[in-house]
Structure formats: C-alpha cells, structure tokens
Design a protein around this ligand. Structure first.
Ligand SMILES: *[C@@H]1O[C@H](CO)[C@@H](O)[C@H](O)[C@H]1NC(C)=O
Ligand SMILES: *[C@@H]1O[C@H](CO)[C@@H](O)[C@H](O)[C@H]1NC(C)=O
Ligand SMILES: *[C@@H]1O[C@H](CO)[C@@H](O)[C@H](O)[C@H]1NC(C)=O
Ligand SMILES: *[C@@H]1O[C@H](CO)[C@@H](O)[C@H](O)[C@H]1NC(C)=O
Ligand SMILES: *[C@@H]1O[C@H](CO)[C@@H](O)[C@H](O)[C@H]1NC(C)=O
Length: 489
C-alpha cells in the first residue's frame, strides 16, 4: 500500500481496535515506541541547524552508461520511483538510506511538499522532486486519501524525466527496503522490451479480498518494464479519471493494467508485510526465492532485540547483504542427533533450535509470531499456511540472533555468528525451562551469488557441537545429505 493512502487503509483496519491485544500492549512495546519517538525528536532538533529547502538543490545524477541491448540487466538499468510525503519524511528517509547508494542506484523521491535536508541526506538520498498538481482528477473514495492519485502518477512523471538506458521502473514507498542486487537478479530473467508488471499481493487474505489479489501491493514494491511504462503512461491520466472510487494508488495502477490486459507476474520475494508484531516467523521461514523487499517495518518489531528498526536492518545490510546478498534469509534445516535438536538457519539473520525431530515440511511453515490486521493470532487471515506457537513456552524454539559476520580470507567462506539465545516470544518469568544447551552458533557458508541461476533448492546444513558452541556448515546439498537427514525421522 502506498503511503498516506496506505496509512489510512491501516487506520481503517484498526479503527475500533487496539493496535495489539491487551497482553502485547505491555510495557516493552509501548516503552520502545516512546524511546524511538524521543530519539527521533533529539535527532531532528540536533540537525535543525543544517536544514534548508531541497528545491534549490541539484543532485549528482549518476552519469548514464551506454549499454548494448544484449548485455545482462544490471542495477544501472533500473530507476526507482519512491513515493514519500513531507509529514513522515524525517523517519522514513532513514529506510531509503539503508538500500539506496547514490553512486550505484538511480531514482527519484516524489514528495507532496518541499522538505528540509541535512548534509547527509544530500549525500545519501536520491534527488527529490515535488509531484505535480492533481486537483483536476476526481477522487470519491470515502476512506482513502487523494494522494493516491499523485502516487499513481509517479510512473509517468519518472518516465518524463528521460533517464537514459532504463530497462525497469521500480515503484515503492518510503518505507520499502530493497535488496537491490536480488532485485536485479529477478528482473534480469525478464525481457524489458516486453510488457511486464512484477510484484506480489498481500499476506493478508482480507486485503486481497477487499482490494485485489491481482495487484502488486505498492509497499512491497513492483517493477514495470520500460515498454510497459511507455504504454501505461500514454493512458494513465485518462485511466485515473475512470476510477475515482478506488482506494489506493496501487489499485489504480492495477485497474489501468487490467485495461491494457497486462496481468501481474507474481514473485514471492517482494514483501508487502501486512502484519503486526514480531516478524521472526516470516523471516525465519522465507520461501525458496531471493529476498527482494521488506515493508511496513514501522508496524513490526525490530528485526533484532535491543536494536532500533533501522539499526537492526543496518546490521543485516552491512554484513550479510554485502557478503552474499543472494543468500540472505535462506533457510536450511538439519539435526543435532546427540542433542536431539532440530536446527533451522535463516542465513544472515538467525538460527533456531527446537527439541526433537521436526520435519522440513513443518520447519518451512512460518510460525505465527505476528498478528493479522484484525489484531488476532488466528490462522484465518493469511493467504498462506502458518503454524501456531506452542502454548508451553518451554517447547518454543530457542532463537539465536546475528551477532557478527565476516569473510574468512583463508577459507574464502563467510562466517556468521549468532548468539543472545532466547525462547521465542517468551513472556513472563515464572517458566523455568531446561538450560540453553548452546551459547553460540557459528555458520560457515561459501558465497553463492549464482544460487538463483540454478533450479530453486534449499541449502543443506550439517552440525558439529563443541561444548557450548555449535558449528553449522551450510551449502549446496550433496549426494547422501538427504538420506542421512531422513534416517533420523
Ligand atoms: C475486509 O474483509 C473482511 C472480511 O470480509 C472484513 O472483516 C474486514 O473488516 C474488511 N476490511 C479490511 C480493511 O480488512
Ligand atoms: C560517490 O562517488 C563520489 C566520487 O567518487 C564520492 O566522492 C562519494 O563519496 C561517493 N558517495 C558515496 C555515498 O559513496
Ligand atoms: C524529455 O523528452 C521529451 C521528448 O523529447 C521532451 O519533450 C521533454 O522536454 C524531455 N523532458 C526533460 C525533463 O528533459
Ligand atoms: C527427542 O525429543 C522429543 C521431543 O521432546 C522427545 O519426544 C523424544 O523422546 C526425544 N528423543 C530422544 C531420543 O531423546
Ligand atoms: C571465493 O569465492 C568466490 C565466490 O564463490 C569466488 O568467486 C572466488 O573465485 C573465490 N576465491 C578463491 C580464491 O577461491
């Protein structure tokens, strides 16, 4: 969902309900929110002296590179159109800084009003433009916001900037976070001279029913091939006139795509993340596709405990994403026979252990650590299979979060360490569970940038326990790995 409109859609969903069920509204969540607000306030005040208006700035545009048509699609062939609004800019710009590299990436942030920029903003963010006036367009949706029209037009306004050598326009929100190299890998499989509209629908069944399951949800980001952008832009304004009753910008784009007869090409690496609460369940059981985007991070707990939202993601970007972007979040499953543990690795993020032998079939299913938009823990609201958390806290997985990551020059292997073990969503202190058997997990993995050029297949892993440490070797499955794993069941 795009931005203001998006927030409205959200408020609508939770208008007469609490954000979290009573037990969640407890101090840790509320406290964290206030701490974040306080930190943002201090930061804003501190940078006030550096502020001035963006309209007077000229940015360094990466110089266009002339390319042959036959050359594989690279990051420089993509132009991002980022939908933003002045009122949320101060916090949202920090998400853009996580993934946007001015020297590698091309894009434009489209705002409703000018904003103040710090020196670091100017060095790290895309150029900023103010969307043109849209008051001539009708908008009659009772709950939506007319900024949806402005945001639908980002595609034609970005096309009109005449960037050279563009193969793909990628639309997103200011709280969308991409793994740019993984996005390139996905788009390189499609011919930009044909008509392609690539993205994904919502995790929320209700969203897909009430809005559309044939549209690319804007917050997860979506890609439009150059040929399609040209075709769409010719018809976009008249098309927008025909759909005044629709809610969001992404719905309008889909309506126009339907007129053109271009269906959504689904890719499950884009993530709208229409959920609340703890994100672990979704990340630790990522489908076997490259992770392309995250969204709605303001509604979810930080990816790591004791980190800010941006700080946690920064740790993943500076470490695993820069080491081996293609492998980030990829799950592998193995067994510690002596200890009677099932081990689940989500590379670059976490390792979990569960007592007993849990089949891969089950480990692949996301645990509902998150809530759906009716603020409920049940399983009815999702467009995919989920499983519940064991009610007995001591039977919940023990989770180890990423502590450090590096490349061992001698072995040419990535070494990622995971620690700070805790039972998943352990609430209350009256539960006495068995002692945590391992303090630290060390995962060794070769970089494998071409993993997605082969048939999709989950990596295999092997464990080796030494006192309070577990070494885990992750890599391409070899003959015999499968048989060895199945013997345990
Ligand atoms: C969507 O549909 C569901 C079920 O039909 C309904 O309960 C819900 O209130 C609707 N609205 C939203 C925003 O989910
Ligand atoms: C981009 O490149 C310029 C020139 O090489 C350099 O001065 C600048 O620091 C780079 N910016 C970033 C964010 O790396
Ligand atoms: C882009 O190209 C078109 C057609 O050549 C031209 O009319 C327009 O002024 C150009 N726009 C910009 C921003 O240079
Ligand atoms: C392994 O753990 C499971 C689950 O706690 C238990 O049912 C099973 O008996 C254990 N197996 C062994 C060999 O200890
Ligand atoms: C190290 O691994 C990378 C990625 O797999 C590979 O491209 C490179 O050739 C390897 N280097 C050596 C010295 O083996």
């Amino acid at each position: 969902m795009l931005l203001e409109a998006n927030n409205h859609r959200l408020y609508m969903a939770r208008s007469n309900q609490q954000f979290f069920p009573a037990k969640f509204v407890g101090s840790p969540f509320r406290l964290l929110t206030w701490v974040i607000i306080a930190i943002s306030f201090i930061y804003t005040t501190y940078t006030l002296s550096l502020l001035y208006y963006s309209s007077s700035l000229s940015f360094n545009q990466p110089s266009p590179v002339s390319t042959g048509e036959g050359e594989p699609t690279a990051l420089r062939h993509i132009v991002f159109g980022i939908a933003a609004s002045e009122n949320l800019w101060k916090t949202r710009k920090n998400y853009i800084k996580l993934w946007y590299h001015p020297n590698r990436t091309r894009g434009v942030v489209w705002l409703d009003k000018p904003v103040s920029l710090t020196i670091s903003d100017r060095a790290l963010l895309p150029p900023i433009k103010i969307s043109s006036d849209t008051t001539r367009f009708p908008f009659t949706n009772p709950t939506g916001h007319r900024s949806a029209i402005r945001i639908s037009r980002i595609i034609s306004e970005t096309l009109a900037l005449n960037f050279t050598d563009v193969r793909w326009f990628v639309m997103c929100d200011d709280d969308t976070v991409f793994l740019p190299d993984n996005l390139v890998g996905v788009l390189a499989d499609y011919d930009h001279r044909q008509y392609y509209y690539i993205g994904t629908s919502s995790e929320s069944h209700y969203q897909n029913i009430n809005f559309s399951n044939r549209m690319a949800y804007g917050g997860g980001g979506f890609a439009i091939s150059h040929a399609l952008a040209v075709l769409l832009s010719k018809n976009l304004d008249s098309c927008i006139h025909r759909y005044p009753t629709l809610y969001g910008s992404d719905e309008r784009i889909q309506a126009c795509m339907a007129e053109l007869g271009v269906p959504l090409t689904r890719h499950s690496g884009f993530h709208q993340y229409d959920v609340y609460g703890e994100i672990f369940g979704l990340l630790a059981a990522h489908p076997v596709v490259p992770l392309v985007s995250f969204h709605h991070l303001d509604l979810l707990s930080p990816v790591f405990p004791k980190h800010t939202r941006v700080g946690g993601l920064k740790k993943i970007f500076q470490g695993p994403v820069s080491l081996d972007s293609a492998g980030v979040m990829q799950q592998s499953i193995c067994y510690d026979v002596d200890g009677n543990w099932t081990v689940g690795v989500a590379w670059g993020y976490s390792v979990q252990i569960v007592k007993g032998v849990v089949s891969p079939r089950t480990m692949e299913i996301p645990i509902r650590t998150f809530l759906h938009w009716s603020n409920n823990w049940d399983n009815y609201a999702y467009a995919f299979t989920t499983r519940g958390l064991p009610l007995d806290h001591c039977k919940r997985p023990i989770v180890y979060y990423l502590m450090s990551s590096m490349l061992d020059e001698k072995t040419n292997m990535t070494v990622t360490k995971y620690g700070n073990p805790q039972r998943l969503l352990f609430i209350g202190s009256d539960h006495i569970c068995d002692e945590t058997p391992v303090e630290e997990m060390v995962v060794y993995k070769l970089r494998d940038p071409d993993i997605w050029k082969r048939t999709p297949r989950r990596n295999c892993c092997k464990v080796e326990k030494k006192n309070k440490k577990m070494n885990i070797h992750v890599g391409v499955c070899r003959d015999g790995d499968y048989e060895e794993m199945m013997k345990l069941q």
